[in-house]
Design a protein around this ligand. Structure first.
Ligand code: CAO
Length: 304
């Protein structure tokens, strides 16, 4: 009952007083008499209908809940602060963005061999660089060729905002909840720097020492569950971004490759995108691009 009616209301002073006493807005009431004249009965009916609507709304909410303690012992705790902040954000993404998730697998055998063979030039000691640093570089390569993935939608003004920068968000699991800081200007950094930055920023998140500003202004996000487990999932886009790349746990599989069955390391990818701006064909091509960058000839494509 929010729609406004014409400003002149046809009602007697007595009826107006009655409406005032009940707190009823005469502008919202349909008069039942000639020329829309409002009577006391019209006001009573309006109040009755408004009240029953409110009760129904309350009932709708109430029916979703029940007292859990009726079924056994429970422990009620406040929702943790970071999760509380994330709730409206996740709900907005889920409700506003028509998500599609495209699943694919990348053969990262050669890249893994290379990554595991890395040694410090001076000390000769093994160095550990996270797989995610390579994925970040591959993602930026794909974003350059598919700018729709590096955009945000301004629906109100019918505009698409194309970003010329490449700031990759990384979902970090912390004891307080999920945080998504950005690694800025990924295209300008080598694999070693990216690996170090990722380690530093995830530590800062876990110690709650990250600046709030670091959570904004991203191109696209990577959500990696590779260190924990699982293959494919359906990541939720980090609004106002338009795509997110989910990374599962790489596994050695028997694959038909170069005309024979071989052991290959296969990485599961789950790409969720906003179907308002990205079509299914573009989603598949983007994934092919990623697979190509992470595949056999990765070294020519990802600058070290
Ligand atoms: N496949 C196989 N192994 C993988 C892997 C993958 N895709 N990704 C990581 N690993 C391995 C690493 O090599 C490492 O093993 P070693 O110690 O033997 O080298 C181990 O798993 C731990 O990796 P990690 O997850 O700690 O480190 P990372 O650089 O891969 O990831 C970070 C960093 C911050 C992304 C991660 O710690 C994290 O928080 N992940 C969870 C993200 C999350 O919650 N996403 C869901 C969001 S949506 O609800």
């Amino acid at each position: 009952m929010t729609e406004k009616k014409p400003t002149i209301v046809n009602a007697s002073p007595k009826v107006r007083k009655f409406a005032r006493e009940l707190g009823a807005n005469l502008h919202l009431i349909d008069g039942s008499q000639r020329e829309g004249r409002v009577t006391e009965d019209d006001i009573r009916l309006f109040v009755k209908e408004s009240l029953s609507k409110k009760v129904l709304q309350k009932k709708e909410v109430a029916t979703q809940e029940y007292d859990h303690s009726e079924f056994g012992e429970i422990d009620v705790q406040p929702i943790p602060r970071i999760k509380k902040i994330a709730i409206p954000h996740l709900q907005k993404s889920w409700n506003k963005i028509p998500h599609v998730t495209h699943h694919d697998e990348a053969d990262i055998t050669e890249m893994e061999e290379f990554r595991k063979s890395l040694k410090d030039t001076y000390t000769g000691e093994k160095i550990k660089i996270t797989l995610l640093a390579f994925i970040m570089r591959a993602l930026v390569r794909a974003l350059k060729d598919y700018p729709n993935f590096n955009s945000s939608l301004d629906i109100e003004n019918n505009k698409v905002i194309y970003k010329k920068y490449f700031h990759i968000g990384i979902a970090v699991d912390t004891p307080q909840g999920l945080m998504v800081p950005k690694i800025r200007n990924v295209e300008k950094k080598n694999i070693t720097t990216l690996g170090k930055e990722l380690k530093d920023v995830s530590e800062a998140c876990r110690n709650l020492k990250v600046d709030k500003k670091e959570f904004y202004g991203g191109s696209m996000t990577i959500s990696s569950l590779g260190g924990i487990g699982g293959s494919f999932f359906t990541p939720i886009i980090n609004f106002p971004e338009v795509a997110i790349l989910g990374v599962g746990r790489a596994e050695t599989k028997q694959i038909y490759f170069d005309e024979k069955f071989q052991k290959r390391i296969i990485l599961p990818l789950s790409l969720s995108y906003d179907h308002r701006i990205i079509d299914g064909a573009e989603g598949a091509k983007f994934c092919n691009h990623l697979k190509d960058s992470l595949g056999k000839d990765f070294a020519y494509k990802l600058t070290i």
